[in-house]
Design a protein around this ligand. Structure first.
Ligand code: ADP
Length: 363
């Protein structure tokens, strides 16, 4: 069983705490993505699972076995790095064979394993070449092949697509998803790219400053972010945030900011009533704001600042008072010009509210 369990894992480098109290249970064959900004501790976490970094505290288990003190080669893991880490003087075939030869596997088995991996990855024509004769995408496929031939309990990926251009990255994302179907293996994947996290992960672990912020399916993380940080990190264009004053009278609660007064959505009223007289941060994704000229009901008055024609959609930045609000998914044929006054409608079912001090979601 390729389950991976981290319990209260810490890593300190002198005075720097790189990873703080990380606990995670990754199921057999589950694909979990660690995502967060540079320096949040995701690579260190992965490298501790690999055995490339010692852990300062806590336990890491692979399957039933605690691996805290096991060297990397005894952990039954295979790792793919950003820089491919191929042996430059060896052919693709010998690169693929290297790990198995080290383990004294017979050449006939090595040949079978390589044939199998090459079939999955479509790199049959490359076996005689040296890595420098390969494109970045081909080198990354060879690096994946080197993992596949070993049938490890766990695949570890450290930003494997970061060196590829945007188009190839998108293509390799799809290949990785296909690979998952054909070689189902427990995987931990580190990236700073929230699109990779959303598209590849069964579950996503969002990290910040060495701490886990939220663990959930991509849909849970996107639709129910637990904090302002997660809400702002996941999603592109990013969620809009506006600090609003919470006001109330009787049972009514509304939110006010220069240019906008909106009633609190009915199901949020009780939670927001606790904030009357204070400010909260309202969050709304660009696709949940629409330009609602002529629509009756509560709207926000603004003025178009910038328009961006993306072909498939029009995206605009609207200034509401001094606050910029991005609106996406507008009909690209719609004529909108900078300076034009517009009325915005915010989908009341899709509003998020965050405590300004703790930045935690107000449930
Ligand atoms: P990420 O992968 O999220 O970019 P890392 O795990 O590489 O982040 O680093 C987490 C933190 O630990 C950072 O503040 C980084 O500067 C620090 N760190 C990483 N490796 C070392 C090291 N060998 N010595 C000292 N500090 C380190």
């Amino acid at each position: 069983m390729g389950r991976v369990t981290l319990q209260g894992v810490h890593k300190r480098y002198g005075a720097v705490t790189a990873v703080s109290d990380v606990s995670l249970e990754i199921q057999d064959q589950e694909f979990v993505v660690l995502v967060g900004p540079s320096g949040c501790g995701k690579s260190t976490t992965l490298r501790m699972v690999a055995g490339l970094e010692e852990i300062t505290g806590g336990t890491i288990a692979i399957g039933e076995r605690v691996v805290n003190d096991l060297p990397p080669k005894d952990r039954d893991i295979a790792m793919v790095f950003q820089n491919y880490a191929l042996y430059q003087h060896m052919t693709v075939y010998d690169n693929l064979a290297f790990g198995l030869r080290n383990r004294k596997a017979p050449e006939s088995r090595i040949r079978d394993e390589i044939e199998h991996a090459v079939g999955i990855l479509g790199i049959g024509e490359l076996l005689g070449r040296k890595p420098r004769q390969l494109s970045g995408g081909q080198q990354q496929r060879v690096a994946l092949g080197r993992c596949i031939v070993r049938h490890p309990q766990v695949f570890l990926f450290d930003e494997p697509l970061s060196n590829l251009d945007a188009k190839l990255r998108a293509q390799m994302r799809i290949e990785l998803k296909r690979l998952r179907e054909r070689v189902p293996t427990t995987s931990i994947y580190v990236t700073h790219d929230q699109v990779e996290a959303m598209t590849l992960g069964d579950r996503v672990v969002v990290m910040k400053d060495g701490h886990v912020q939220q663990v959930g399916t991509p849909w849970e993380i996107y639709t129910r972010p637990s904090s302002r940080f997660v809400a702002g990190f996941i999603g592109s264009p990013a969620m809009n945030f506006v600090d609003v004053a919470v006001e109330g009278e009787g049972d009514d609660v509304w939110l006010r900011q220069a240019g906008m007064t909106i009633p609190a959505p009915a199901e949020r009223r009780a939670a927001l009533a606790a904030y009357v007289g204070r400010k909260v941060t309202l969050g709304v994704r660009p696709e949940h704001v629409s330009i609602a000229d002529g629509v009756p009901g509560p709207v926000v008055e603004g003025r178009i600042d910038v328009t961006e024609q993306l072909g498939s959609e029009l995206q605009v930045d609207v200034l509401v008072g001094d606050t910029p609000i991005i609106v996406s998914r507008i009909d690209p044929e719609r004529a909108l010009a900078p300076g034009q006054p517009v009325r915005l409608a915010l989908n009341p079912a899709r509003l998020h509210f965050f405590d300004r001090e703790t930045e935690a979601v107000i449930p």
